[in-house]
Design a binder for this molecule. Structure first.
Ligand code: ADP
Ligand code: MG
Length: 242
């Protein structure tokens, strides 16, 4: 069974069509890298998977649950699909540990002690065990983003969605975030990553998707597409990002 299945999904904002009858099937274990010009619908596609945006047409099934099912089912989908944003979005008044423990407490209803223990494990996993009691303002951007990844993982998702996770970071801080993502990929996590990091696409991605105007224009094997982008618009796009 696919972990994510778009069936002719349409998403509009007002009169404007943002996702145009998208068909896309992603199997468990795939590492999909999603690229495309600004405004092509990449963030919207991710946000529909997580039911942060409602779809207007077609159907979208995440781990067997339709995003149209509503209510409790939508909460289940949000547990299955962890999301990491460009701007970290940590709670500033909470320590790293409290940020990471928040999900297990709130979403999974775990005890204070269990949530705390899991949060510590997750912080260790992203290399930040020694920063557990720091506030976001006391952490570098790269560390904050790793806390955000730990926070998403603490809810035990089956799928991770990354929306330009390194775009807000200085170049020298990007690799620590990319390394954590790569380790996660090597453990077998299914992921969809919107990024301009083509080295990541080449080395970690198992599939590269190029979006344009709300449609999937190219879908293939990353190394092959990057070495020989036959689609002229993909070729031009790559000349600008590399
Ligand atoms: P990308 O991530 O590829 O840059 P987005 O999915 O963010 O693209 O946006 C695609 C288009 O949808 C853009 O033209 C954007 O202005 C529009 N859009 C995104 N979110 C909203 C919204 N909440 N309301 C209206 N238009 C939106
Ligand atoms: Mg975007």
């Amino acid at each position: 069974m696919s972990i994510v299945e778009f069936k002719k999904v349409t998403k509009r904002f007002g009169q404007v069509t943002i996702l145009d009858q998208v068909d896309l099937s992603i199997e468990a274990g795939e590492k999909v890298v999603l690229i495309g010009p600004s405004g092509s619908g990449k963030s919207t596609l991710l946000r529909c998977i997580n039911a942060l945006e409602e779809i207007n047409g077609g159907d979208l099934v995440v781990d067997g649950i339709s995003v149209k099912a509503g209510g409790r089912m939508v909460r289940m989908i949000r547990q299955e699909a962890g999301m990491v944003f460009q701007q970290f979005n940590l709670f500033p008044q909470m320590t790293a540990l409290e940020n990471v423990a928040f999900g297990p407490r709130r979403v999974r209803g775990e005890s204070h002690q269990d949530a705390r223990k899991q949060a510590l494990d997750m912080l260790a996993k992203v290399g930040l065990a020694d920063r557990a009691h720091h506030y976001p303002s006391e952490l570098s951007g790269g560390q904050q983003q790793r806390v955000a990844i730990a926070r998403a993982l603490a809810v035990k998702p089956k799928l991770m969605l990354f929306d330009e996770p390194t775009s807000a970071l200085d170049p020298e801080l990007r690799h620590e975030v990319l390394r954590v993502m790569q380790a996660l990929a090597e453990e077998g996590m299914s992921m969809i990553v919107v990024t301009h990091e083509m080295a990541f696409a080449r080395e970690v991605g198992t599939r590269l998707i190029f979006m344009e105007g709300g449609k999937i224009a190219v879908d293939g094997e990353p190394r092959e597409l990057l070495a020989n982008p036959r689609n002229p618009r993909l070729k031009e796009f790559l000349q600008h990002v590399i």
